[in-house]
Structures are given as C-alpha cells and as structure tokens.
Write a protein that binds this ligand. Sequence first.
Ligand code: SAM
Ligand code: SF4
Ligand code: SF4
Ligand code: SF4
Length: 487
Amino acid sequence: MSVAPPRSRGADFRRSAGLRFASHRLLPLDGDDVAVLADRSTGWCVLTRTDYDAMALHLADGAKTLETTENPAAVIALWEAGLLLADGRPHPGTKRVRKPWPDALLLKLTGACNFDCTYCYDYEPKRFKARLPQERIEELISFLLARQDGLALIFHGGEPLLRFEAIEQTVEFALREAGDDKRVSFSVQTNGSLLTDEIVDFLLRHDFSIGISLDGLTEETNRLRAVRRGRTALGVVHDLLDRYPDLLLTRCGVLAVVSRTSAPGIPDLALWLQEQGIQGFSISFLDLTGRGVDLHEERLEPEEAVEIYRRMIDLVRDGSLGELCFKSLTGRVQNMFTFQPRDLCHKGPCGAGSEFMVVDAYGKLRSCDCIYHPFFELKATEGGVVPHNHVEPARLGIVERHAALRDGSSECGTCSLFGLCGGTCVAKAIAHHGTPQSVDPIECAISKYLYPELLQEFAAGGEMPLFAYYQRHRNVPPELAPEMMPS
Ligand SMILES: C[S@@+](CC[C@H](N)C(=O)[O-])C[C@H]1O[C@@H](n2cnc3c(N)ncnc32)[C@H](O)[C@@H]1O
Ligand code: SF4
Ligand code: SF4
Ligand code: SF4
C-alpha cells in the first residue's frame, strides 16, 4: 500500500533504466507507516515500512525500470513526489527554479508612524524622518517590469498611509508602466487608523489587499500596540467595521503579533474575526529587535508557541474554525502540495533568496525587512538598478545558509522535516541568536509539531479535517493573509 499527495504527472520517466532514490529522510508514523520526505524539495510520500524497505532493497542493486518493480504504484508516487531520480534527474516539476529578478517589491514609504508600539521592529529615531523618494520608487518599478511579466507591490512602513499621495502616484505609475500585457497587484500593511472615505474608495477601486494589525480583543491584549493619541488599535478596528464593512469583509486580513500579553487571547480573536466575516488571519511571534529588543519577558517559550497552534488546530478539528482562513496554518499545509511554494516564508530557501525585495525608507535595497541587519543588504552592482539574484551576495547568502543547514552537523542536518521546514526564517534566527547559521527556536518547534501532525492525519485517512480546511481555503489569495508579506 502506498499513499501520496496529489501531484501533476510530470515528465515521462517510464523508459528510464536507472531509477534510484533521491536524497530523503524518514519519519516514522503510527503503526507500520513511514513518511518519506525529500530534503531538496517539499516532496513527500507515505508508505508502509515494509513497502519502503522492499523498495530500498529493490533500488539498491543496479539499474531498475518501472517494469521490473513489483510495486509500480509506489514507484509512481515516489517519482511524482521528487523522491526518485531517473538517470540521475528528479521529476522536472520538483526542481527549484530561482527567479533572476524579484517579483514582489515592498516599499517602505516612510520610517514615521502615528502609533507608538513598544515592540516595533521598525522604529529607529533617524529613520523616523526618512521618506522614500518617488523617483527611486519609479526607477525600481520600471526596471523590474521591463524584465518580467508582473510585479506585486506591497506598501509598508512605518505607517504607509501617512504617505497616501505617494501610494496614489505609485499605483498610477505602475499601471501605466505595466500597460495591457503585464500584471501589477497592490497590497498595503497598515495600522488602519488613517483610512478615510477617499482612501477606502481608492483601495477598493484598485483591488488592494489590505493587512490590518490587531493583537487581541481587549485593550489589555493590545497593550504593546500603544498609540500616541486618539483611538486605540482596537478602537480603530471597531470603527472600521462600522464605517467600511465592504472593505473589511472583502479585502482585509488581520495580522497579530503574539507576545506573552496577547497569546491567551489569540484563539478568541480568531473566532471573533470569523464572526465578523473577515477572511484572513495570520500570527507572527514577537521578535526581540528594534524597539522591542529588551522585551524578553514578552517572548514566549517554544512550547508555549506550539500550544497556540495546538489550540487553533483543536478549533479546526472541532469545526469551530472554518470560514476564517488561518494563513499561518494553511500556508504550511500548502507547502506540502507544491514544489514551488507560493508563500515567501514557508519554504527554503525563502523569498529573501530571490523573489522578494525591499526598498527601505532611504531608498536602499534589502532582501527582507523583518529585521535591519547587514545580512539582508543588497549591493546593486551587476544588475544596475537591481542586482541580479544569481550574483548578489546577500541572495546567495540565503541559499548557502539553507544548504549549510541541510548538509551540516546541526539538528537540521538529520531532521526529517528539513525539506518542508527549510530551517526556519533566517531573520528570526538572527534576531534570536545573532547569526544566520542558526534556527529560530519557536518556528522550529512549530514545524516539529505541525508537520508530523499533518502527515499522521494524511496517513490515517478518513475525514482529514486539517486537509479539508486547507482545501476550503486554497483559493483565498495569499495577500488576504498578510503573513505573505514578511513584516
Ligand atoms: C512594522 S509594521 C508596518 C505596517 C503598519 N504600521 C502596521 O503596524 O501594520 C508591520 C507589522 O509588523 C509587526 N511587528 C512590529 N514589530 C514586531 C516585532 N518586534 N515582532 C514581530 N512583529 C512585529 C506589526 O505589528 C505589524 O503587524
Ligand atoms: S508596528 Fe506599525 S503601527 Fe506600530 S509603531 Fe511600528 S510601524 Fe507603527
Ligand atoms: S521573513 Fe524570514 S522567511 Fe520570510 S522572506 Fe524574510 S527572512 Fe525569509
Ligand atoms: S529548524 Fe527544526 S524542524 Fe526545521 S529542519 Fe531544523 S531541526 Fe527540523
């Protein structure tokens, strides 16, 4: 017996006389089942131990073809999951293709903000005054659109709506540059407090996806999202629901930072968002960086972070969480169904290795903005305006870190989940350990909880509530869940 995730059939390998296993790792599941997981792609397959052992023996001694195997179904499943090589080559669909140019550009329009969050990774007194020049924005958009079919523009900050005019000008410019034959999409990550009738109308007209930050349902759980004056973060979201229900229910996802203060209220926040009809919800665990560098007592232990996921998964399993897309879960499940994951973060090497680019409030280029660290600075040499991904040292640094973790002597070097996990977010790893050659302990613990849980559910068959939940949400545009935008 063998089971495998549904994949495209891909190239024909039937004539190959040299089938052998690709590099993989094993995860024992309940009973006699074992998950076979590729370590150079997100491919996986569940076999019985007996079938796996027989296959390993069969493939070990010399040239093998599909015809000579006693278990053609398992061979096909393994091939489609990138777990077999035919004449030394894997299924072409399982080979990672790194894009030469980034196609997601995050614009840090300003370093300023009208909020005063005590954890803000983005706050720095000098940067507070910086404003990204319009000419720089347009130079980058022209350069990137001239080299590919489309571009996703993400407006960020600081608080991006402090510079609404720059957003208007940029959208107009990008649409003009794209013309009829290229695609541009727009999203914005905001605290929501500056939305007005005029801005909402504009965002709806241009099909914006909007991420709004909110950490909980009470003032206490939003304590770290401090404001200088006026409405609180919670007050803002209540007002928005009253004034702009269309926008909130069709275009917005909510992003919550999980700290010791907000953690207990996260499941209730999810249920409340669902009740309101909001479509997307993501969580991000507090990083001790920027203004939040000393908030040690607010950072959860890895087991506590896992407990949040456990509670969210219980809500999915008992049917309480259905309509709301909890992107922090579905993004990881999606990882198991594609060899080229769309999500920038839930894969290895992550988006900072190629397709994601940030231009900061000074106009400098970075591979990610999740923390401000020299590791992420792009040098803009060979490519002119934007450095070519294949020669840029900061891009190669992400790819090399990934390979070093996979092949190294740390736990990732033997962990069966490496192909799916990718060794966690490098920015979070640096924020926690000060070096990229490390992993973020919270994300590591979540991978170790979640992926075995999912693989076990798949192997057991039956109703498969987590996969059914994923299936229900697979068409929700990732932009509706702002985790897609590295914060
Ligand atoms: C820096 S803000 C910029 C956009 C906008 N001002 C906002 O608050 O949505 C982007 C996101 O990063 C989150 N964030 C800020 N500091 C963080 C930290 N230290 N750890 C994790 N997330 C953080 C914020 O809560 C917000 O959801
Ligand atoms: S997290 Fe966003 S809203 Fe809060 S201070 Fe930072 S930039 Fe402003
Ligand atoms: S947030 Fe982390 S995982 Fe996502 S692109 Fe940035 S460095 Fe990579
Ligand atoms: S970070 Fe943790 S879960 Fe991920 S591959 Fe490494 S050891 Fe495994």
